[in-house]
Design a binder for this molecule. Structure first.
Ligand SMILES: [Zn+2]
Length: 258
């Protein structure tokens, strides 16, 4: 009798769990939680140096480069080396223009011809073709988004503040426009425990956090500087919790795999 009841219970459990699955629409597979670490501007030497510090964490990053026409051959080679190591090199405008401001003064064609097309050609010619773009100053609107989404797979704006994780805008949300939270030490929301709490939220909710930085330094002295310690704590958390380092274009590939 006991066995019958147990079998019945087991049977109903199986039926119940099957029908529950069948009733749901096609589900997206759960994302592997992780981080997208991004860096902006032209701090190539500092990016190259910090790579050595963060290699033990098997880290991957995305470097958004501006003023490519002013980079030395040595810096271009370092970018190639970073790419060979497994990082992504994205575009950050040829002249670091504020997109909405420049477009309202000069028009869309001038923007593309001065800021985007020559950058794309230069990067292509140096075997560093970019599939992603980050806005200088995080300056954007929906028309610049539409313009850039014609040229790139995925684009990144910026976000700030220390809202509770559920209200943060820095998580990947199935969209080709994403927002990175600044982790330079000068931001008023700067707090390593807060950054780690976002990673913990991502880990518990199958999400991906997007951070953005500029110039890695040992000790912060100026704006746009990110201390090694911040990067080490983030990378250590990601590695020790078996989370994934995503390159930004991998987010676009995630969308296409559903
Ligand atoms: Zn910038």
């Amino acid at each position: 009798m006991k066995l019958k009841i147990s079998l019945l219970l087991l049977f109903s459990l199986i039926v119940f769990s099957c029908s529950q699955t069948d009733d749901l629409p096609a589900q997206q597979p759960n994302l592997q939680s992780g981080v997208v670490l991004t860096f902006d501007d032209d701090f190539v030497d500092e990016w190259f140096d910090v790579n050595t510090i963060l290699e033990p964490y098997d880290w991957k990053a995305t470097f958004f480069v501006t003023r490519f026409n002013q980079l030395s051959a040595n810096k271009i080679q370092k970018l190639k080396d970073l790419k060979s190591y497994g990082h992504e090199i994205g575009g950050h405008g040829l002249n670091h223009l504020n997109a909405p401001t420049f477009i309202s003064a000069n028009g869309t064609n001038e923007y593309l011809n001065q800021e985007i097309f020559p950058m794309i050609s230069l990067m292509n010619n140096n075997d560093l073709a970019a599939t992603s773009f980050a806005y200088p100053y995080g300056a954007r609107n929906s028309s610049t988004d539409n313009l850039m989404l014609d040229q790139f797979q995925i684009i990144r704006g910026t976000t700030y503040g220390n809202q509770i994780p559920a209200l943060q805008n820095c998580f990947y949300n199935d969209d080709r426009v994403v927002f990175g939270l600044g982790i330079d030490k000068n931001y008023s929301h700067f707090s390593i425990p807060y950054f780690l709490s976002l990673l913990e939220y991502a880990k518990n909710n199958h999400k991906i956090v997007i951070f953005y930085a500029h110039k890695p330094v040992t000790t912060f002295q100026n704006n746009y500087e990110t201390e090694y310690q911040t990067l080490i704590e983030i990378c250590n958390y990601v590695k020790s919790n078996n989370m994934k380092f995503y390159k930004i274009s991998e987010l676009y590939n995630l969308q296409n795999s559903f």
